[in-house]
Structure formats: C-alpha cells, structure tokens
Design a protein around this ligand. Sequence first.
Ligand code: ATP
Ligand code: MG
Length: 435
Amino acid sequence: MPRDAHSISRKQISENALKVLYRLNKSGFQAYLVGGGVRDLLLGLEPKDFDVVTNATPEEIKKLFRNCRVVGRRFRLAHIVFGRDVIEVATFRGHHGDSNEKISKANAEGRLLRDNVYGEIDEDAERRDFTVNALYYDISDYSIRSYGGGMEDLKAGTLRLIGDPETRYREDPVRMLRAVRFATKLSMTIDEVTAKPIKQLAPLLKDIPAARMYEEVLKLFFAGKAMANFEMMQEYKLFAPLFPQVDAQLKDAPKGPAMKMVQAIMKSTDARVNEDKPVTPSFFYAAILWYPLRQRAEDIAVESGLTLYDAFFAAMGDVIEQQCQTISIPRRFSTPAKDIWQLQLRFDRSQGTRAFKLLEHPKFRAAYDLLLLRGEVEGGNVAKSAAWWQQFVEADETERMNIARSGNKAAGNRNRNSPQRRRRRPSAAKAKAAE
Ligand code: ATP
Ligand code: MG
C-alpha cells in the first residue's frame, strides 16, 4: 500500500523511533515500524510504543547505536535507549527448521523456549501473532506492507491468529491472553477459528514463567479495560490458571464476596485509570486476594488451634507465596499489600488516639480504600465500620476529636467477620481497682 493510499504520516511517529529507522536504513539495512504502532495509528489510536524490525542482527544493531543494549534470551532484542524512552528493535524471525538448540528450542507441549532463528520479512510476518499485528511501515518509501490479510482484518475488526491456532497457542500460550486484551482494547471480535481452541488450552498458562505473567497481568488490568478483560477471561477460562486461589472461591460461590470483590476492584481500577489517577499492584493484589486470605486464615486456625488473629498473619505469607507460583509479585508490592491487610484488623480497634495514629500510617489511604470496598461487598458491620471511618477521614480536626472519642461502634461489637486479637487479661492495676 503506497504512501498516498494510507493515513500514516511521519508526524505521528515518535522522533526517537524515526531516528532509529533512518539510521538503520542509511546504513544499508531494511527498517520497518511494525506491530501495535502501525495498527494503532491506522485505527486512529495513540500507540503505546513503537517497535522496529530490521534485517540487521542484534550485533550489527549494537555497532550502529552507542545507546544500545541487547536483551532477552527466549527472544533476543536490541533496546535503543533515549533517556526514559526505549525503542525495541527486533531482527526478522525465521522458521524453525532443524537448527541447533542454542537458537531454537521447544518443550514437550510445543512451547518455544528459544526463538532466535533469523529470516526475511515474509517469514517474520508468519511468526507474528495476529494478522493485524503483521503490518509493516517501510521507512524507505513510507508504504505499508500487510501480510495474511492484516489490512482487511483491521478494517473488519477481526482478530485472526496467523497459522494454525492450536499450534500457535502451544508455541506461546500468552497469545490467548493477548487475544482477549486486543479484543477489548481495539473493540475487535476474535475470529471463530482463532477462538475455538482457547477454552481447552487455557490450562497451558500455568507453565508460563511467573515473571512474564506479572507483566501480562499489568497490561490486562492496568490499562482501563480491567472489567472487560476479566469478563472475557472468565468466558474463555483464562482467569482460573492465573488466580487459582481466587478461582476456587468463585467456583464455590459464583455470586459470593470473592466475586463481588473481583468486580469491585476491576471497576475501581478502570475508573482510576480513566481519570489518570495512579494505580498500584499492591492495592490490586491486596484486594483480589482478601477473601482467599480470610479463608486461609480460618483454615489455619481450625487446623492448628491458633487464634484467628495469629492465623491471619501466617496466612498472609501463604497466600502471597501461592499467588507467586503463577504471577511473581515483586516484593516492593507484596510487602505493602501485607501492610494493607494488617491495617484491616486495626480498623476495628480504633477508639480515641488509635484512630489518629492509623491515619498517619503510610499505607492508610490504600487500606482505607480496601475497607470501603469490603463495606460495599459485605454490608453489615463492615459497611458500618467503613462509614465510621469515612466520617472520620472527611471531618475537620475538631470534629475528628469528637468522632474518635465516640469510637467505632460497629467494630466495637466484636464483628464476627473479622479476626480479633485475643482479649487481653485485665491488667493487675485494673484488677486491683475493681476489687
Ligand atoms: P501493545 O504494545 O499495544 O500492547 P503490540 O501489538 O505492540 O501491542 P507488543 O507486545 O508491543 O504488542 O509486541 C509488538 C509486536 O510483536 C506485536 O504486534 C506482534 O507482531 C509481535 N508479538 C508480540 N508478542 C508476540 C507473541 N507472543 N507471539 C507472536 N508475536 C508477538
Ligand atoms: Mg507494542
């Protein structure tokens, strides 16, 4: 498709991406903008990033750019670094013949562990996932090349996997999640043949390295389409292998608190993203795992005879550890998630100065937001406690004193639903005074 037959102009492409494309091209290499960048520009959306593909090898790219790092093992890439902006430059992928296992390797299920066979542009196109992602913008003449009907599918709003879907999902099960993500993000329909094997192959997601899954989950739930993605993941059975502890509860009670919490957190994350407010994985994981945590605490208490309060602390570590088997949550997020959990217990013990102390805790705001969600989900005493805190938080200084003095009645009632600290024995002094 020549320049005058499509709508992409160089003005829409980032300066850094253009620099990379031109430098490669002037050095005698082919250079294309590819994937999401081209796709989104054609759809009138703002691309998240610009990816470049070339026939230069990572080593040749490195020689051309001082600011270049070669990264990746499964899939070697060059990163050209411009301050905070990074342009990813890939080398054309080729087909996997019977080449040696240093450059190409698959496991027993057909999952590609290494994908570093280089080739030509049409082979590269066949190795991409969806036809709408196999669009190439050629810097040498500003034309667009489309493979496998990418341009037609883009116009029709169809997501179609290139090649045999089952083989392609087995090579890389993450493509199943990408199908859902692109369907919601681009308002496209997953083609029937592409959709068909997903439910059956969904369990293959269990074998994806947990670090990669962490990144995919961010893309699914932190880009303003969390609710839509969750619903479609449920439809295709893709949620269960990612969040097994949550899923167990969803299966137990499809309309129970765990489901209400998942929906509440998806909805509130979308609202925040769409208002450009910050979102954090610590809050997201604290919320989504709250009911599995409660369940685990009760199980531990029954099995071990610990108080529910002590069992709760043991359960925090367990629940995080289990989740990290599928999605590796970095410590810098799991540690604050535990703080958010602990503060839930302290909300119930909020007479007098304690309430003020809590207010100063660095995780107060996030913990308070979770309390509000729990209130919505559970109603009853939790909702009353949430309302009390809301009053306290929104009051001015003097009003706060009065509210604090009156105490959080809802919590004072020893809410059956929240683990409580063992009643302290009356102190010796008090006991004496009582005599
Ligand atoms: P976005 O950046 O908006 O999430 P994208 O399509 O650019 O979408 P990237 O993950 O940036 O997605 O990948 C860039 C391109 O690389 C894709 O458009 C696709 O052509 C190819 N690609 C990425 N991941 C895969 C995969 N798992 N299998 C095959 N091709 C892939
Ligand atoms: Mg991209």
